[in-house]
Write a protein that binds this ligand. Structure first.
Ligand code: C2O
Ligand code: CU
Ligand code: CU
Length: 424
């Protein structure tokens, strides 16, 4: 393997794991018992992935956030049968970012993800190199993946989707970080970088630190922000990611707690204080800054409506349910369009829908006419849409083919809150 080329083999498997120590539960994983290996790629790299299926049911490999063409995107059409292996090739067009991968077979995405199939993809580029002195970047040491999910453990220890399935999204009473309840991490050095992924089927997670301490968000779904954004709370809906930096020296305690929805998600034990990064909260993170897009700049752009409505089995987009054989809308390759994403308020229900588009990274123009908060001004592939809210996003596809857009509440997606855009 050279720097320019990389090859991986990855296989979806049925497994067995102990989420509760001493009690084995059936599970699923990639190359293992639960979740999957983090795949590290570099911008412009040629990638060859052998994707296999050792399970007894159909799956697909979807690369959430990756800018690839239809054949590599792994939507519901790109099925891999039991015992089958498919090889995909692509060039890494994304900039430095935290992406992820998960199955997407129509009708069983929610089950396969819930039972353990998900992994992270980390992309590095020239900014990663340029920022080496400033940002923690040693994987597993001061730069850690944090896959956050919630699960109901049947009988207190078992993963069994069919027993706990819920029509508006299956949550849980047990918080898992990287598949572990009551997770702990031994930190070294002053700054800790966490790559947060909301990998739940439905649950929105609010992150905060002990003592309501400040942290810095440096990245969104698809790349680095212009500058670190100081936060005390960070809200991610299903499918969204964020990279944050925590200054462990700001704490007096030996143990620092990361809270998720008010309960302890991760206990960070502080280690010896070798100063591993010279993080500066006002430094610029990008060589090419992302401008705030003014309304007049997009005034003439074609606009399309994406109306998300309904709950449970009645969910739809623009009044329609997913049809694998229907193209719902088209967009010319390389052309900018504004998508008007609306969360129609149902009579009774007030649900957040996380709206996701495959094969592209977009920018949020406004939320109900107001420019988005600074930590949403970076590249996004999933956007939280509040009940009754209208969000405009600007997107341009650079790969041809048929791509999905859908609500990332996985059960809504299964129930048809999904459509196709064809790019040509
Ligand atoms: Cu992560 Cu089609 O989704
Ligand atoms: Cu996706
Ligand atoms: Cu939804």
């Amino acid at each position: 393997q050279t720097d320019g080329q990389i090859e991986y083999e990855i296989r979806a498997q049925n497994g067995e794991t102990e989420i509760v120590p001493g009690r084995k539960t059936p599970s699923r994983g990639y190359n293992g018992e639960l979740l999957g290996p983090t795949i590290k790629l570099k911008k412009d790299q040629q990638v060859k992935l052998h994707t296999g299926n050792d399970m007894d049911e159909v799956t697909t490999y979807h690369w959430h956030g990756l800018i690839v063409d239809e054949a590599s995107d792994g939507g519901p059409h790109m099925t891999i049968e039991p015992d089958e292996t498919k090889t995909i090739d692509f060039n890494v067009d994304n900039e430095a970012a935290t992406l992820w991968y998960h199955p997407h077979p129509h009708g069983s995405t929610s089950k396969q993800v819930y039972e353990g199939l998900a992994g992270m993809v980390i992309i590095e580029d020239e900014n990663t190199k340029r920022l080496e002195k400033h940002l923690p970047h040693e994987y597993g040491v001061d730069d850690i993946p944090v896959v956050v999910q919630d699960r109901f453990l049947v009988d207190g220890y078992k993963l069994n989707y069919d027993e706990v399935r819920s029509i508006d999204g299956t949550g849980g009473d047990t918080l898992l970080l990287n598949g572990t309840a009551n997770a702990t991490f031994d930190a070294k050095g002053r700054y800790l970088r966490m790559r947060l992924l909301n990998g739940s089927n439905v649950t929105n997670f609010e992150f905060s630190l002990e003592n309501n301490a400040t942290f810095y968000q440096i990245g969104t779904d698809g790349g680095l922000l212009n500058y670190p954004i100081e936060l005390k709370h960070l809200f991610l809906s299903a499918g969204e990611r964020a990279e944050i930096i925590v200054d462990l020296e700001a704490f007096k305690e030996e143990e620092v707690k990361l809270f998720v929805n008010g309960i302890t998600g991760l206990t960070i034990r502080r280690g010896e204080n070798k100063n591993n990064a010279d993080f500066n909260p006002i430094m610029s993170l990008r060589t090419e800054m992302l401008p705030v897009i003014q309304p007049h700049e997009v005034a003439g752009y074609p606009t399309k409506l994406m109306l998300m409505a309904g709950t449970d089995y009645r969910v739809s987009i623009n009044g329609k349910k997913y049809d694998p054989d229907r193209i719902d809308t088209t967009q010319p390759l390389g052309e900018y369009q504004v998508w008007e994403i609306v969360n129609a308020k149902d009579e009774m229900e007030n649900l957040i829908h996380p709206y996701h588009v495959h094969g592209v990274q977009f920018r949020i123009l406004d939320r109900d006419g107001k420019i988005p908060p600074r930590n949403e001004q970076g590249w996004k592939d999933t956007v939280l849409v509040n009940p009754g809210e209208t969000v405009h996003v600007l997107l341009k596809f650079t790969k041809p083919g048929k791509f999905m857009y859908h609500c990332h509440i996985l059960e809504h997606e299964e129930h048809g809150m999904m459509g196709h855009v064809e790019i040509s």
